[in-house]
Write a new protein. Structure first.
Length: 211
């Protein structure tokens, strides 16, 4: 007989949305497994930015990344019964879906020549995870601001950021490729991110009434 890996949920007193928000990730997975669909909304609130940042780093397009994010949480809903807390945390389980779905979408987009030069989805579409989680702008607006912000940083800072975000390279790998020292590479990366962050956060929000 299979042993359940979930915490018991009382049928006579199902948790409210406010109560769900105070549960651990594993307790939320248990609630979801026992039919409390509101638990998915709490998990989404906790992890959608992280899932989106993973998808952005891999598929490099805001619209495609949003689609991947929605699919990931649909996967979570459908496969919640397969989650085993003895084998890892709920966060890592969700991230596994995020990586697998993102890689699959990347392969599909590549097969369709989505990243072909001239289609508007080249290196300038890259969005570092440190920037992609800013919540004051919609993704299309944030993408435009990032393109503008990349023009305000030095060539070295931009190169390191693009190699880290677009190619997924570590600071050590970038240092080996560029011939620069590891401290310098880290300095260029974090200084560039600071400038991008300052540029984006200081930009005015687009007004719905603007021409």
């Amino acid at each position: 007989m299979l042993q359940t890996h979930f915490l018991p949920i009382r049928d006579d007193h199902p948790p409210s949305l406010a109560e769900l928000a105070n549960l651990s990730d594993e307790e939320l997975m248990s609630s979801l497994n026992f039919g409390k669909s509101d638990a998915l909304a709490v998990l989404f609130d906790r992890y959608h930015r992280l899932v989106l940042s993973v998808a952005l780093r891999i598929v490099r397009d805001p619209g495609e990344a949003e689609d991947v994010m929605q699919i990931v949480f649909l996967d979570v809903f459908r496969a919640v019964g397969q989650f085993n807390p003895d084998k890892g945390t709920a966060k890592m389980w969700i991230l596994q879906y995020a990586y697998h779905r993102s890689i699959n979408r990347r392969q599909q987009l590549t097969a369709r020549n989505f990243y072909h030069e001239g289609n508007g989805h080249g290196l300038k579409s890259v969005m570092p995870a440190d920037i992609s989680t800013l919540g004051n702008f919609a993704l299309p607006e944030l993408t435009l601001l990032l393109k503008q912000g990349l023009k305000t940083i030095t060539a070295r800072q931009r190169r390191v950021i693009e190699m880290a975000s677009y190619d997924g390279r570590s600071m050590k790998e970038i240092a080996a490729i560029t011939g620069d020292s590891l401290p310098n590479v880290r300095h260029h990366y974090y200084r560039g991110l600071q400038k991008l962050h300052a540029f984006i956060t200081s930009a005015p929000k687009a007004s719905s009434g603007s021409a």
